[in-house]
Design a protein around this ligand. Sequence first.
Ligand code: NAD
Length: 331
Amino acid sequence: MYKFILFNVREEEVELTKAWAKENNVELTFVDDQLTMHNIHLVEGHDGLSTSQNSKVPNEAYPILKEFGIKQIAQRSAGFDYYDLEEAKKHGIIISNVPSYSPESIAEFAITSTLNLVRKTRQIEEKTKEHDFRWQPAIRAGLVNEMTVGVIGTGHIGRVTAKLFHGFGVKIVAYDIYQNEEAKSFLEYKDSIEEVVAMSDIVTLHVPATKDNFHQFNYEMFKKFKPSAYLVNADRGSVVDTKGLIKALDDGLLAGAALDTYENESHFIPKDFSDKEIDDELFLEVLNHEKILFTPHIAHYTDVSVRNIMQIALKSVLEVLETGDTQNRVN
Ligand code: NAD
């Protein structure tokens, strides 16, 4: 019987995982926290390792894991920017991700965020709570049907998002470094991000975070937006320069933003800060800005995703142990 250790596990995941473990004859150890140098000793004696990091795994961890006989780390998310892939490889550690667990979950949330921005649901709720039931320009909405949507990144999630928008009858323009033939039946590719944003009323981001696109959506890029446009980021926080976005919103370069991620979120999300102070001025500005709808990296969080993420990650651990590799390997 194999023994796996799982870090950063929530109670709901423990329940889902127990059945899988029984079916696959695997014994599981659960740890609440992320993998750090303080708790790495817990890995000793296990055959497999899975975690859901949202802060960096220190490079010193890899030789220690190797010493414990660990051959892989199965990250339970699509993003794997928390690992130094080459450093892990140097120590014989295979990093795997869950490349696609429910693109529909994130796509549906991008649509939800868009509708919330366009239909001004927050402003309507606030007025309703004040018992101000008047129809008035402050809550009069635009119509998505008449808009042009710009999709940046047409991979698994971007494509489903574009397909859902297609149902609204909107014009869809897109940019991707690799164009997708199937997607051309419902969207039109443009040659640059700048070209897409200049003609879009909604810009929705679906690209992986890389060194090249760090802060790509900065004040200079927002100058190219229509002043009436909305940004939807259910992607990775680092793609957006938060300071630049706030200044752009204050200067009227764009009308609003729905952010499901924030570039320095790992200290806060997913944790309960209801009785703790938030000591990050920039994050507080995001949370309190009247033109920003912030949600805590929740786009993926559906029943289907929670089940799929856990099961696909654990299957990758088994694959490495049984075959020496996994199709979800990223290094
Ligand atoms: P994917 O790999 O299927 O698609 C990414 C697409 O982006 C690809 O088509 C790729 O060619 C394109 N691309 C890469 N770099 C680019 C660049 N610099 N400019 C333009 N296009 C570029 O990935 P996916 O499954 O669609 O996921 C997209 C991203 O969504 C993930 O990387 C992750 O950061 C994010 N995500 C967010 C959540 C959430 O809950 N908020 C959940 C899952 C994933």
